[in-house]
Design a protein around this ligand. Sequence first.
Ligand SMILES: [Zn+2]
Length: 338
Amino acid sequence: MISAVEWRLRSFAGEFLERQGGVIEWLEQQDAGYAVLPRPLAEILECPPDTPITTKPAAEGLSINLGSQFWERVRRCFPAVSGLTLKIDALYLKKSSMDEPVARAFGFSNARARVSGALPERVEYQYWYFTAGIESDERWDDVFRVVINSRTGAVLDLPDPLTMAEVRVAELAAVPPTIPIIPIAIGTAARKAQDRAETFVRRLEERMRRDAQRLREYYAALLAEDTGRARGSPVEPAVAQSRRKAVELELKRKTDELRERYTLRLALRPVALVRLEIPALAVKIEARHRGVQTDLTVYWNALAKTLEPLACARCSNATFAIHLAEDLSVRCPACRAS
Ligand SMILES: [Zn+2]
């Protein structure tokens, strides 16, 4: 079974590798496929030029799993993704007790949770800017950003840092790669692009349906005309039969052409990365699940002036409804059973 996030990563990886000159053979419902890559690309991705490709964790070949190295390596292929780094030195941080705000914001379905403390930290937020385009009978283009807390991987809605007066250009240290930020950014961007293109896609599908209907009506009228003529002068049944067959074939050919013309090709490209470091309040939570304790950190965001959600370890969606999996990782309600 392929999950929605695997689908999005897979379609991005496939489109990306093909754009870089690779050839991918991957049947729709299969966990793995096969890739043939140009040598320079294979070197960047640190894999053989002929390699299996899979959405599952794999020791060999190309794994495009959420936690795999693939995404870090893909980044080397985007020289245009600039590394603008910014910081804000001081922002107001909440000083009162966090017990009540945490209890109000978060729900724990299978754990007892209590706030054990809160302290100021400097946290990096990554602003990934994407262009998305759909090539079909018409074109659709968009530019948008995906903002991610680099500690938790949570996707947030934060204001554009370039509009903030307190922002300064700064050198920032590299973020330790504990969170798969790139696949989260790409997976979220693909979902966002789908949402934003919804009206365009619906209109296109509507037009395709209308065109297909028109085609069917045209060929049905042609056949009816034939039948009418046949009544006037007797036509051999074999001749009538073969004419009918020819018309049906022509309709099928035209319908296939129409489908091809309306095929949607989504291209998603990261174009810029802005890293912003700001003060945040790290709120420590002790969560006990079946007698075992795990420590979680949630952040009070000084720009949004509110608590941030956590990211589901499986689908990476942001969530305030926390379910702890057997390995004590955070799951959203949709992933709690898996
Ligand atoms: Zn989830």
